[in-house]
Design a protein around this ligand. Sequence first.
Ligand code: SF4
Ligand code: SF4
Length: 130
Amino acid sequence: MAVLITDLCINCDACIEECPATAIVSADDSPLANGEYTYVKPEKCIECVDAAVPKCADVCPTEGCIIWDMPYTEPFNHHFVESNDYVLRVHKKKGLLSPVVAPRPYRESVALSEREKNISVGETLRLYNP
Ligand code: SF4
Ligand code: SF4
């Protein structure tokens, strides 16, 4: 990741079709054991680096629902591998698609201090009150 969908999610699934990385699945397809909400796969999310704003947050009707997490890169490997917020995919040949094995692009413009606080993606990018 990436971005994380919180329990503010109303499971409208509007974000799923918008994701250019097919990183988002509905609650029914969440890999979490008790997944109740639409879920972002951090091993697929590219933070929409080629777009003006993350598409999921842009379309989401629930303010503050989607928040920043750490970059999906090697320095944060433990963060993702040991997190209860995620279940990372295991590839047949590559094994666990951890940040070490398969790092993803991320927005350098979002400070690590903001990511650590899990601030809202929409708030960062002024999606609510431009
Ligand atoms: S930030 Fe972009 S790539 Fe990541 S889940 Fe949202 S729409 Fe998909
Ligand atoms: S658009 Fe927002 S509220 Fe709707 S499913 Fe996605 S994260 Fe949840």
